[in-house]
Design a protein. Structure first.
Length: 124
């Protein structure tokens, strides 16, 4: 499982879902749709209408990957922190039943409010 406490792994920027979909297509179930995705240097996170899928690309070639599926129905609480003048990064904290907290850091160009609204629509 991915160590979500290592924030450097998840310094994420928005990316085109078409670039990411082939990597997660085998995991997508019937009725599930990719809504948005964010990419770090090698790792990426996909938000669907049912869950968050975090992908940790490993090894020199990047062929080995760790996929972590975090269903929205296990979220107990969440928090967003918007980017500021001096702190240009935004943060999303999620608390999952049975897992604990997950923190994702986003570069300032990410629509963190829209992401929070999307998660709220599935959690509340």
């Amino acid at each position: 499982m991915i160590d979500f406490q290592k924030s450097a792994v998840f310094k994420l920027s928005p990316c085109d879902p078409r670039d990411i979909e082939p990597a997660v297509a085998p995991l997508i179930i019937a009725g599930e749709q990719v809504l948005s995705c964010f990419k770090g240097v090698r790792d990426f996170v996909v938000f669907t209408n049912k869950r968050l899928i975090a992908v940790n690309v490993q090894g020199m070639t990047g062929k080995k990957r760790d996929y972590t599926s975090l269903p929205y129905n296990k979220i107990q609480a969440f928090s967003i922190e918007t980017a500021g003048t001096f702190d240009r990064d935004a943060e999303l904290d999620l608390w999952f039943s049975g897992l604990g907290s997950v923190r994702l850091e986003f570069k300032g160009s990410a629509d963190i409010r829209g992401l929070g609204h999307m998660i709220a629509s599935y959690v509340l």
